[in-house]
Ligand binder design. Structure first.
Ligand code: 13P
Ligand code: SF4
Length: 304
């Protein structure tokens, strides 16, 4: 049955000159049929340069919004309109403006896990893959970092010369990974390296051998001589890690590493979305242009 749906999706993608982008946390079967899988940074870059007419974004709302901001002439589809991000919902543009008014002239660095409105009120965006580079690119020695308190505090450790004003937002999925759970896995697998995402609580990332974005984890595990890894991020990442490294072992750091929003999109949802070319994600032009400025400033920073 699912093979039939997969073929129907492929046919519709071709018919509509559409590209299917999927985040590294998506269900295995959705990652399997995607044209491109990646982290938030890779998917934003892809969305900004694709020549497809339609982008089917299998991820959460803020990701499809970023694609719509960067590619206004393309139809951006989010198969599940209810796939949101609780962290992105933890700050509004009004709340950010209030904070800015208390710190006039201080630049705002906004994690892409945020609404288009919040991006529009920011100076520059960042992802987990480039947050440190973005912060280092600022000439100012003080900055506002929204909304992820964990990513912000992790970055701040590397730039002690800069003063951070944090927003107390967080990813509920990563914060459910406790120190006790990680220590238990480390005790069970003393020969494994522990790798985690910077959205994790600081006490957890302090236990890690390496902290990086989801795509950073693929690079690290592929090139590391180690054979066993405890993985501290959303469970969806295991699909490609295991596919790319059949001789290595991957252990999820905690059974709580499951983002319900990232798991909403099914093959049937993708098929229905391509059949109806809905739901379309769009951003009002004034907001889009301002938010694009913040994303473009991020994208202008050279990658390694
Ligand atoms: P990255 O893919 O950029 O590492 O982001 C993780 C995440 O939580 C996306 O929602
Ligand atoms: Fe948001 Fe966390 Fe889910 Fe990513 S994993 S979409 S940050 S709740």
């Amino acid at each position: 049955m699912s093979d039939v749906v997969k073929q129907q999706i492929k046919d519709l993608l071709k018919k509509h000159n559409a590209v299917l982008l999927a985040h590294n946390y998506m269900r295995d079967e959705v990652q399997e049929i995607a044209d491109i899988t990646g982290d938030s940074l890779a998917l934003s870059i892809e969305a900004s340069k694709t020549d497809a007419d339609v982008i089917v974004f299998c991820g959460v709302h803020f990701m499809a919004e970023s694609a719509a901001i960067l590619s206004p002439n393309k139809k951006v589809l989010l198969p599940r309109l209810d796939a949101g991000c609780p962290m992105a919902d933890m700050v509004t543009a009004g709340e950010l403006e209030l904070l800015k008014s208390k710190h006039p002239g201080v630049p705002v660095v906004t994690y892409v896990n945020s609404s288009a409105e919040v991006k529009a009120h920011s100076d520059i965006c960042c992802t987990s893959a480039n947050a440190l580079k973005v912060v280092r690119s600022l000439p100012e020695n003080e900055l506002i970092f929204v909304p992820d308190r964990n990513l912000g505090r992790w970055v701040a450790k590397f730039v002690p010369e800069k003063k951070f004003i944090f927003w107390e937002g967080f990813c509920p999925t990563h914060e459910r990974m406790t120190v006790a759970a990680v220590q238990q896995k480390k005790a069970e697998h003393p020969d494994a390296l522990f790798i985690c995402h910077p959205e994790s609580a600081l006490e957890v990332s302090a236990l890690a051998d390496h902290v990086c974005s989801t795509s950073g984890m693929y690079d690290y595990c592929r090139t590391s001589p180690a054979e066993k890894f405890i993985i501290g991020t959303e469970a969806g990442i295991l699909y490609k890690l295991r596919q790319e490294n059949p001789d290595k072992e991957f252990i999820l750091a905690s059974p709580a590493l499951f983002c319900p929003n990232m798991k909403l999109t099914s093959l049937e949802d993708v098929f229905a979305s391509l059949q109806t070319l809905t739901p379309v994600i769009s951003v009002p032009e004034e907001t889009r242009l301002k938010a694009k400025g913040a994303l473009d400033r991020m994208l202008a920073i050279p990658r390694d």
